[in-house]
Design a protein. Structure first.
Ligand code: C2E
Ligand code: CA
Ligand code: CA
Ligand code: CA
Length: 277
């Protein structure tokens, strides 16, 4: 038994070491990438269903590795969150997205800019001051800045949380609840929070209108949001049938490949110009 135990031990340790090493290597690669300016933002347009107007976009980060090429956020955001690197990365994203909002405004392109905020960022004691500073330094219009938070950022104690959200709102910035329906949604809670928009997660949009459960969730979210005076953006809209379903239920806006994939700033500018905007 003793020997088996030792064998187990010997088998187990190198594997753990290897995994820990891969993580450490990735972490330092990510740190270097942020420093070297290998991060870029792409922007995915959002369309209002009532008039076809492109009213805003969401900033989505990519890692442009000189060797590996474009690395999607799902391959490094979780690591960035676990290691705390999401804080410097999140600062960079916010600054760059605000700069782009201001650049576009200077060219006469008025788009609201939605920025993803991790729970860890939102929980920083100086978060609101940081947002205020970045907005003022970049010349962005706070009325055109929207911060997307997830339910995981809303699990803190309620009074403090409401105060924090109110301070963000006082800057003129809009708050949106991302990936709605995927987390622990305490619905009663929503009415207390100064959140103006809900983003219905793509997982509930994907199989619309055919899937009965997804249709029930999408439809219930839309009517609840309407009753609470909130706007809804449906994510991941890929086809006309999904779009028709959402129009019928008076969803405010959509975002998805049906309109456009996320594009570089230049490509989105060209795309908007081609549409005569
Ligand atoms: P998300 O915030 O839910 O962003 C939407 C994701 O859905 C994006 O993936 C987008 O490219 C993708 N998408 C949009 N329309 C469609 C569609 O019609 N079909 C399909 N199949 N996918 C669609 P992306 O860019 O890979 O980002 C993945 C996630 O990474 C984001 O999900 C967000 O959670 C996170 N992320 C991206 N950028 C940032 C960032 O700057 N900060 C933080 N904290 N997280 C980020
Ligand atoms: Ca988002
Ligand atoms: Ca989302
Ligand atoms: Ca289903």
């Amino acid at each position: 038994a003793k020997q088996a135990g030792r064998n187990n031990f010997q088998f187990f340790v190198p594997e753990m070491n290897q995994r820990a090493m891969v993580r450490l290597q990735m972490e330092s690669a990510l740190r270097r990438a942020i420093e070297r300016g290998e991060m870029i933002l792409h922007y995915q347009p959002q369309m209002e269903l009532s008039n076809g107007h492109i009213s805003g976009c969401e900033a989505l980060v990519r890692w442009q590795d000189p060797v590996k090429g474009m690395i999607p956020p799902m391959d490094f955001i979780p690591l960035a969150e676990e290691s705390g690197l999401i804080l410097p990365l999140g600062d960079w994203v916010m600054r760059e997205a605000c700069l782009q909002q201001a650049r576009w405004a200077a060219e006469g392109i008025h788009l609201s800019m939605a920025i993803n905020i991790s729970a860890l960022q939102f929980q920083q004691a100086d978060f609101v001051e940081k947002v205020a500073r970045i907005i003022s330094e970049t010349g962005a219009n706070p009325r055109e800045i929207e911060l997307e938070i997830t339910e995981s950022a809303l699990l803190a104690s309620t009074d403090e949380l409401v105060a924090q959200l109110e301070r963000v709102r006082a800057l003129g910035v809009t708050l949106a609840l991302d990936d709605f329906g995927t987390g622990y949604s305490c619905l009663a809670y929503l009415k207390r929070l100064p959140i103006e928009r809900l983003k219905i997660d793509r997982s509930f949009v994907k199989d619309l209108p055919g899937d009965a459960e997804d249709a029930a969730i999408a439809s219930a979210t839309l009517s609840m949001a309407r009753d609470l005076g909130m706007d809804v953006v449906a994510e991941g809209v890929e086809n006309q049938a999904q779009c028709d379903y959402l129009i019928e239920r008076r969803c405010r806006s959509i975002q998805g490949y049906f309109i456009s994939k996320p594009l570089s700033a230049d490509a989105l500018t060209a795309w908007l110009r081609a549409r005569g905007l």
